[in-house]
Design a protein around this ligand. Structure first.
Ligand code: IMP
Ligand code: MG
Length: 183
């Protein structure tokens, strides 16, 4: 879907599909040089990170392994609660592996802070985080994020994998959801 297909639901478009692709190519280049000579397992967090994983992975000029986790953070609507449960675990044994968690957005940081320590307890060689978006003002838990696309204001955004009630994930761009849609 394009912006025209969700007319009136967005306050503005924050990032276009083109801007997102360029940003991911930039991040991929940095990641590639940081992990030079080391195998990387990129772990996408379902379902929001599907688009980021697809485009980030294809931006690499090297092999990367991909795996997925699904996590429920017992949130409802536009809020995250921090109570985390694994719905789908990794298929990969990460002992001794370099793991890069790929997510689309860090809001409160509760989900990724929990996930990072969960994965760290499995004795990987390293665990780092790459996120397309981060909302610094919403952060409730300190999370060390190695790779960030953009820092954004504390507003609810949709598109490019980001949903509101499972809708808008297939919007090409990322936009701020108009409050009338969720209030
Ligand atoms: P956190 O635990 O609060 O950092 O957020 C975890 C998850 O909440 C993210 O991975 C998203 O799936 C979802 N989320 C947070 N902010 C937004 C937003 O602005 N739009 C859509 N989903 C969001
Ligand atoms: Mg997510």
């Amino acid at each position: 879907m394009d912006e025209a297909d969700v007319e009136g639901d967005l306050v503005n478009v924050l990032f276009t599909e083109k801007q997102i692709h360029d940003k991911l190519a930039e991040l991929a280049a940095v990641i590639e040089s940081d992990y030079d000579g080391r195998d990387v397992l990129i772990v996408g967090i379902l379902r929001g990170a599907v688009m980021v994983m697809a485009d980030l992975a294809r931006s690499f000029h090297r092999h990367v392994e991909m795996d997925w986790m699904a996590i429920s953070s017992y949130g409802s609507g536009t809020k995250s609660s921090g109570v985390v449960r694994i719905l789908k675990d990794l298929d990969t044994d990460i002992t001794g592996r370099h793991v890069l968690i790929v997510d689309e957005i860090i809001d409160t940081g509760l989900t990724l802070s929990w996930l990072t320590s969960n994965l760290a307890s499995r004795n990987p060689a390293s665990v780092e985080i790459c996120t397309l978006l981060r909302k610094p003002e919403a952060l409730q838990m300190p999370v060390e994020v190695r790779y960030v696309g953009w820092d954004i204001p504390n507003e609810f955004v949709v598109g490019y994998g980001l949903d509101y009630k499972e809708r808008y994930r297939n919007l090409r761009d990322i936009g701020t959801l108009a409050p009338h849609v969720y209030s």
